[in-house]
Write a protein that binds this ligand. Structure first.
Ligand code: FA5
Length: 338
């Protein structure tokens, strides 16, 4: 019986030597050591061996099993490393092959313009604040000196959610929200999206504004003028002139609309400026004392200026675009030019 075990061991050894690949090794392992394997079967029948012969028979079985296992493992290891070397050889990466081109995206021209303007005001010491786009009628109108029946509400075609809630029509409500929670001095810009029921070549229903305001003791119209001059010269160049035109906003007094000399024709007159040489870019003024008072400030102690500009309008002038509706269309052929 011992001879039988030894011949099984030798036979397995022969087969392992002749194995050509990992699959052969796997088959031999199953044949001899698997659940129904030749050697496993002998081990199961150990109980039927006489007591005297059992120790030697058991030892021989174990040694043979260890021998076969060891041989299988070594051979398997060898096949694995050969396989690895072969795959390294055949799958070598050719670093000289040109890579796949991944096109780079970039920021939308309106975002680029907004970022540029924001950076200018940050460099002038302004803090950035934000307010909700779904706004209470109170902040959008009432606290800005436009009660429910005020005709000035008609200046902005409003999307109403219900009687008390609107999509904000401008960034000016952020003035009130900031003033409510802070005491002067304040130097704040509030960029963001605003909504109006409005659509033609120079108007879209969702656009961007940037509100700027400063409140402290002794803030004057000349401070507003200086800030805006600096801003316009930074964006459009030092040769650009500014013109303050009297206007009306219920939340500023006095109010002005600010024109710049046409950046296309340099003030000589073209179809962009409709032959006038001037283009309107923003509304501004000294914050109405009633607004200061409603926000909890003493208007005899504090004064402030505020301005609000349309970002798309600035981007149109900066890039020479004649139809504002191109911005929200998101046609890649248009966007790729910036
Ligand atoms: C206002 O919205 C005031 N809140 C601005 C202001 C702030 C005045 C602080 C005084 C003090 P106005 O309605 O003019 O003002 O809008 C400001 C700018 O938004 C306009 O000059 C224009 O550039 C832009 N704008 C207005 N409506 C649209 C629209 N539908 N599409 C694109 N841009 C618009």
């Amino acid at each position: 019986m011992l001879n039988e075990i030894l011949s099984i061991k030798n036979l397995a050894g022969e087969e392992i030597k002749k194995a050509c690949n990992l699959k052969d090794i796997q088959d031999i392992r199953i044949k001899y050591l698997g659940k129904k394997g030749v050697l496993t079967g002998r081990m199961k029948s150990l109980g039927s061996i006489s007591k005297e012969d059992r120790p030697e028979y058991g030892r021989t079985l174990n040694e043979s099993k260890n021998f076969i296992e060891d041989l299988l493992n070594r051979q398997e290891e060898q096949f694995r490393s050969t396989e690895l070397n072969q795959s390294i050889q055949t799958q070598r990466i050719d670093v000289t092959v040109p890579g796949c081109f991944v096109p780079f995206g970039h920021l939308h021209p309106v975002t680029q313009t907004l970022d540029e303007i924001t950076a200018i005001f940050i460099s002038l010491g302004f803090n950035v604040e934000e307010g909700p786009e779904i706004e209470l009628d109170f902040y959008n109108f009432e606290a800005l000196n436009m009660p429910r029946d005020h005709p000035a509400r008609d200046m902005q075609d409003t999307f109403y959610i219900n009687d008390d809630v609107v999509l904000r029509t401008h960034t000016s409500p952020v003035q009130v929200r900031v003033m409510e929670k802070n005491i002067p001095p304040l130097r704040v810009i509030a960029p963001g999206k605003v909504y109006r029921c409005d659509a033609d070549v120079s108007h879209i229903p969702m656009f961007h504004q940037l509100e700027g305001f400063m409140v402290d003791k002794d803030i004057r119209m000349t401070d507003l003028k200086g800030m805006l001059e600096l801003f316009v010269h930074s964006v459009f160049g030092i040769d650009t002139s500014l013109r303050f035109r009297p206007s009306f906003f219920p939340f500023t007094e006095p109010s002005a609309e600010i024109d710049i000399s046409c950046v296309i024709c340099k003030g000589t007159g073209c179809n962009v400026c409709k032959g006038t040489g001037w283009i309107e870019i923003l509304g501004a003024g000294m914050i109405n004392p009633r607004v200061l008072e409603m926000s909890g400030y003493d208007p005899d102690l504090y004064t402030g200026f505020a301005f609000g500009l349309g970002i798309e309008r600035v981007a149109m002038l900066k890039y020479g675009i004649d139809d504002i509706r191109l911005f929200p269309e998101n046609d890649k052929r248009f966007l790729e030019q910036f």
